[in-house]
Design a binder for this molecule. Sequence first.
Ligand SMILES: [Zn+2]
Length: 219
Amino acid sequence: MAGNTRQRPRTCVACREESFRRALIRVVRSPGGVVLLDERGKLPGRGAYLCARRECIERARKTGALSRALKAELPADLFERLEKYVDSGGAGYDGVRIRRELRSLLGLSRRSGTLHIGTDSVKSQCAKSPLLILTAADCSESVGAIAERRTGDAKHEHLRLPLSVEELSAALGAVNVQAIALPERNGLADRIKMLLKEGGIALEQNESVRTSQDTGQEQ
Ligand SMILES: [Zn+2]
C-alpha cells in the first residue's frame, strides 16, 4: 500500500474505468465527515474519484455511487459544483490554461539549451549548480525520491508538474521523460515557478506527495 502510490491508477466510481489521478476529480470525506471537492488531491480523509467529465458526474448523481463510495451524505450543491469545475477545465490543479502555458515554457527552455532532460542528466547536473528540478505528476516513486533527496541540502528546488510523463515527453519531443531540471537562476525557471504558484501547485514544494492518509476506496 505504501509503494507506488503515484503510479497507481484510480477507478472512477461512476463508470468504473481506471485512469491516472490527474484526469480525475477527487472528492473527499474529511475526518470531520464533511464531503468536499479536493482540487489538489491532497486533503486528508476517505477519497473517491470521478472522471473529469459531465457524463460521469451525472451518472454518479443518478446512481448514488459517490455517496456509497464515501459512505456519507453529500452536500446538496456538490454535483452542481462538480459540473462547474469540469466546465471550467478544472480551476486548480488541472487548469487547462496553466498546463498549456507550462508546455510552451518548457518548449522554450528546451530550445534555449538550458534544460536538462531525463533523470540521469538531472542527477549529473546536480553536483554542478543549483537547479529547479521538475518531475512529472505520475513519475515513478524512485524518480520522485531522487528529486526530493537532491533538495535535502536546500541547494536545489523541486516542484511537481501537473503534467503526466506522456504530456511532458510530448512537450519536449522526447520519450518517457520523468524528470527535468533547469538552472535555478534563470528567467524561464522563475516564470515556471510563478505559473505553478498561480495554479496552487508550488505549495507542494519539497513536500511528500504520498497519500498515506487515504483509505479504503483508493486501494
Ligand atoms: Zn468515469
